[in-house]
Design a binder for this molecule. Structure first.
Ligand SMILES: Cc1ncc(COP(=O)(O)O)c(C=O)c1O
Length: 391
């Protein structure tokens, strides 16, 4: 008789890392599609727009010219300079390109920063609701994510008073996102400055995830770097530049942190993807920026249509986000269990949305992504209306 294989010895950190509920919704949606159903995807966290043609062309050229070898760990010097140039042209800010590190997505940037700052059992403050990978990454580095409940009174954002109330002797950092996922809400520059000052006063650091920067509606483009340099900024080519699958992002670090971050980058990633970096050089060209501006306007129109439609149906939107492409809606008029609501909505009306529990303590909340065309959004609203009236 062969010996049964003993249970594999797995690291204990795995118990702290949860799968996304939305992955089950996505798998069910795909199964429905395979069976011939017309599913409307309002669960997906990426726009339906393909990468702008000038970026694709630059990527194809890079491959044809065999630009496939490793670059330096912090990225192509030309790209770091181009990102610095973008801070000049968009925000009037001079950032030393040496402080800019190109990474595999914002995800790569977050890993480097957390590897730099978080030791075993160190606490990191995060807004609840918030993007779940962030708290899981803190656990990956053996730290303790501290989920701070944030309600509509702060537009679901962590603020300096909340930071002060939750900062403990073990806290090393606070991580915020502006605009945020899942709410699309922003922190104002004075609020960001107050957060950075408070974290620094305690000897800690503020990390600001600006991955949705540029996707803002009815307000100017902003960065925390206009109010402080003593901050870690995460950004990406994924969302505004619509390059999710190219896996490219960047971080801006205080000067004192750069050498250690470079050492970590050398060991964790070796280098960000080379063809993607050459492609991204075209991201800041006027032709690309013009395409992106048209798409931003389209997203704004979609947001307004979806928000108005959801409110009319009876969902509560206590803070309509000015950015990203999400609406955070309370379905408590219809259900006490948003997971079940989302599953039934998918199976009965083929509309996929994300239950709020993926982002924190949010039993009756749903995240709607306006990443589909306006006619599809109108069709989704009609289906949701029918679903509600039948329950
Ligand atoms: C708030 C936030 N941060 C980071 C990421 C990671 O993005 P990427 O690694 O594609 O740049 C996402 C993706 O959805 C996000 O919503």
């Amino acid at each position: 008789m062969p010996h049964p294989r003993p249970a594999p010895l797995l690291a204990s950190r795995l118990t702290k890392i949860e799968p996304f509920h939305v992955m089950r919704i996505l798998a069910d949606a795909q199964a429905l599609e395979a069976a011939g159903h017309d599913v409307i995807h309002l669960e997906v966290g990426e726009p339906d727009f393909p990468t702008p043609p000038p970026i694709i062309d630059a990527g194809i050229r890079a491959l044809a010219e065999h630009k496939t070898f490793y670059t330096g760990a912090c990225g192509l010097p030309q790209l770091r300079a181009a990102i610095a140039g973008f801070y000049v042209s968009r925000f009037g800010l001079q950032i030393d390109p040496a402080r800019i590190i190109v990474t595999p997505g914002a995800s790569g940037a977050l890993q480097l920063i957390l590897a730099l700052l978080v030791g075993r059992d160190d606490e990191v403050l995060l807004a609840d609701p918030g993007y779940p990978c962030n708290r899981h990454l803190v656990s990956l580095f053996e730290g303790q994510p501290v989920n701070v409940p944030c309600g509509p009174e702060t537009r679901y954002q962590l603020t300096a008073p909340l930071l002060e109330a939750h900062w403990s002797p073990r806290t090393v950092a606070a991580l915020v996102a502006s605009p945020a996922n899942p709410t699309g809400t922003l922190l104002e520059l004075p609020e960001l400055k107050a957060l950075a000052d408070a974290a620094n006063r305690h000897g800690g650091n503020l990390i600001v995830d600006e991955i949705y920067q540029g996707l803002v509606y009815g307000r100017p483009h902003e960065t925390v770097l206009s109010v402080t340099d003593d901050v870690f900024v995460v950004n990406s080519f994924s969302k505004f530049f619509q390059m999710t699958g190219w896996r490219l992002g960047w971080l801006v670090a205080p000067e004192w942190a750069v050498a250690d971050l470079e050492k970590l980058a050398q060991n964790i990633f070796l280098a960000p993807p080379t063809p993607s970096q050459h492609a991204a050089l075209a991201a800041f060209e006027p032709a690309t920026l013009a395409i992106l501006e048209t798409r931003r306007q389209e997203l704004q129109t979609r947001r307004d249509a979806l928000a108005a439609g959801l409110v009319e149906l009876g969902f509560e939107l206590s803070a309509v986000g000015d950015g990203a492409f999400y609406l955070w809606a309370d379905a408590r008029r219809f259900t006490t269990d948003a997971v079940q609501f989302a599953e039934q909505l998918l199976h009965e009306e083929a509309v996929a949305v994300t239950p709020g529990v993926d982002f924190g303590q949010a039993e009756t909340m749903l995240r709607f992504a306006y990443t589909q065309t306006q006619p599809r959004i109108e069709e989704a609203l009609a289906r949701i209306s029918r679903f509600i009236s039948q329950h």
